[in-house]
Write a protein that binds this ligand. Structure first.
Ligand code: AMP
Ligand code: MG
Length: 275
């Protein structure tokens, strides 16, 4: 399999150079699905070790256009994780209370505790994506003429993620990259299939009209907020089995690189202390 590398910090990104239909060198779908399940089991074991370690946490950020498969990825990749060790947070249009704070307030509250994996289904990045695409309606009036607003937000996001990393919360970010044609197929499939129709919303069709603008905003996000310590990965997501496999591998490798191990108690010195 072709190893996916993170987006290089500060380098311009052109999404049309990333093929959403890429197979990443994987040829056999059934075998890949089996392997993904085996990796998901490894992730379950590693999470168990992280749980007993409780001095560090992992935060996974999932972003993508509607139907890119954020929910499906979570189901597949974290299928074997003890539910006690994982917290999934979905970020929707901010409530009135959330809007009356800075944009990272609601995010920071949902960051995983040590010992946990946190998954963000959408995230603080919505504030430099949907809010940027629809700045004329979503931004408060006083901010609309601020030309440097989104660049400043990238800096704030980088500072926030540095804070997390230095406080022992590893951050890994995935952009689930689908093509516009594949989205059309998925929207049609959702419309036809009664069991999937609930997932459709009018907003999906409205946002689709802003495809190009979204892609440009994603390019900036990837360029300005992929860092050494909290990298972005562009995941080819037209094939769900390729997408799940790529994400699973990166999550597994990341957990391994964190070397989670339970704290050891030095019984002798602990007993001496009590004397
Ligand atoms: P879904 O994830 O499909 O349930 O949709 C959630 C919706 O909430 C999407 O249309 C997001 O773009 C929107 N959303 C999430 N965060 C924000 C935000 N900070 N400002 C405005 N809309 C948001
Ligand atoms: Mg949706």
């Amino acid at each position: 399999m072709k190893k996916l590398t993170p987006v290089e910090p500060s380098q311009p990104v052109r999404l049309h150079e990333y093929d959403p239909g890429d197979h990443c060198g994987l040829s056999d779908k059934d075998r890949t699905v089996e392997k993904t399940d085996a990796i998901a089991r490894e992730i379950g074991d590693l999470q168990q070790q992280l749980f007993t370690d409780s001095t560090q946490a992992l935060l996974i950020v999932l972003q993508g256009m509607d139907t890119a498969g954020k929910d499906g990825t979570i189901r597949r990749v974290f299928d074997h994780v003890n539910p006690a060790g994982i917290v999934v947070s979905s970020f929707k249009t901010p409530s009135a209370e959330e809007k009356s704070h800075d944009f990272l307030w609601r995010i920071h509250k949902r960051v995983p505790a040590f010992g946990q994996i946190g998954i963000f289904n959408r995230s603080h990045y919505e504030d430099v994506l949907v809010v940027r695409v629809h700045a004329d309606t979503l931004l408060p009036l006083r901010l609309r003429s601020d030309r440097g607003l989104f660049k400043a937000r990238f800096d704030m996001i980088n500072a926030f993620e540095t804070l997390l990393t230095q406080s022992r919360t590893r951050v890994v970010k995935f952009f689930l990259h689908i093509s516009k044609d594949e989205q059309e197929k998925r929207l049609e499939a959702r419309e036809k299939d009664r069991s999937k129709r609930w997932k459709l919303s009018d907003a999906d069709f409205v946002e689709r009209k802003f495809w190009k603008k979204y892609q440009q905003c994603y390019e900036d996000v990837l360029r300005f907020t992929s860092t050494e310590h909290s990298p972005w990965y562009v995941i080819p997501s037209d094939h769900k089995w390729v997408r799940d496999h790529c994400v699973a591998r990166i999550v597994r490798d990341t957990l391994q690189s964190m070397h989670p191990h339970p704290p050891t108690v030095d019984v002798k010195s602990a007993l001496n202390l009590k004397r």
